[in-house]
Ligand binder design. Structure first.
Ligand code: EAX
Length: 330
């Protein structure tokens, strides 16, 4: 073989290998569509950023996360349905509508179930929390991790609310959650279930007088523009869940699924940190924006008013999960 022919053969081989390598490197990243109902300044978006950074780093660019904020892909019920049919890949959602799909999670929505953030986070990070995530696979949902929305408080446009009697007769938007609706019925409030993307307009138009959400959501959605009164009732701890579509995840390797779980856990940690920050700083921000804040709320009358919701819950869903929460060492 002449030297010239050998040089040409080697050049061709190197070129071929380079093109093959380039083809692998520029293989299009797989898009992962992540949806939630809050703004891009919210605690969910902080979590979405952490999810994106972690998954893209662990997968070395195999996956690219695209975040869809503010209900662009629908309210939380629609988002969960999207997971089941594969139109959405990952969702960050409260447990509001989740009980309609995975009834076992209703236990988490019981009013005054948790004393504080430490206890709630401890229970969700325990075997009980993992069991609830695992149960989701029976309902065409992949439970990736428990994140956080926060303790829910009441706001309204009519009057200061310090006792259940003050709230009587108010039309209050609730999530599409049977346990919450029952609790508010017991309190003498008229619960109006509604998807979150519709809430701001409903308050603006006076369709409802009030709503209930954590400080995080009230701040992220600027509810001070349509609500004058905030009462720190803390009547429910609202978890958030990071859920995946089985249409996407069932086709991945164990290693790839592991990346999603690790990214979800990083997301939850970032969101919890943001919730803690807003619990410290959010109330002053709401006052600065004109809301009157009732801080000295005697919770006992509210707890007594909503107690029947526990009997109704256990009649419908049994007491196993509730007993596990109460027996928890958290
Ligand atoms: O998950 O619907 C609600 O009130 C939720 O707290 C909100 O969508 C964030």
């Amino acid at each position: 073989m002449t030297v010239n022919f050998a040089r040409k053969t080697l050049t061709t081989a190197i070129t071929g290998a380079s093109l093959a390598l380039l083809a692998v490197q520029v293989q299009a990243a797989q898009t992962v569509n992540l949806g939630h109902t809050l703004s891009d300044s919210s605690h969910y978006s902080v979590g979405a950023d952490a999810f994106k950074e972690t998954l893209e780093r662990l997968s070395d660019g195999e996956f690219e996360v695209v975040e869809h904020t503010a209900g662009a892909l629908g309210g939380e019920r629609a988002l969960i349905e999207g997971l089941q049919i594969g139109t959405v890949d990952v969702v960050i959602t409260s447990t509001g509508p989740l009980g309609n799909f995975v009834p076992e999670t209703y236990v988490l929505d019981l009013p005054f179930l948790f004393e504080d953030y430490d206890q709630a986070r401890c229970v969700l990070d325990s075997d009980l929390g993992q069991d609830l995530l695992d149960k989701m696979s029976d309902h065409d949902i992949v439970g990736l991790a428990w994140s956080e929305n926060g303790f829910r408080h009441m706001t309204n446009s009519q009057r200061a609310v310090k006792t259940p009697a003050d709230a009587e007769g108010l039309k209050v938007r609730t999530m599409e959650n049977k346990v919450h609706m029952e609790a508010f019925e017991q309190m003498g409030v008229h619960p109006t279930p509604m998807a979150f993307p519709e809430v701001f307009t409903a308050l603006q138009q006076g369709t409802v007088d009030g709503q209930e959400n954590p400080i995080t959501v009230i701040v992220a959605t600027k509810f001070w523009e349509v609500q004058d009164h905030l009462s720190l009732t803390g009547h429910v701890y609202s978890p958030a869940a990071i859920l995946g579509s089985p249409i996407l995840l069932d086709g991945l390797s164990d290693e790839e699924r592991g990346w999603f779980i690790e990214a979800a856990r990083a997301s939850a940690e970032a969101t919890r940190e943001e919730v803690s920050r807003l619990e410290r700083e959010g109330i002053e921000l709401l006052r600065e924006n004109g809301m009157t804040v009732e801080t000295e709320i005697d919770k006992a009358p509210f707890q007594e008013a909503v107690q029947p919701a526990y009997e109704i819950y256990t009649e419908q869903y049994g007491s196993e999960m509730l007993e596990r929460v109460r027996a928890s060492s958290c």
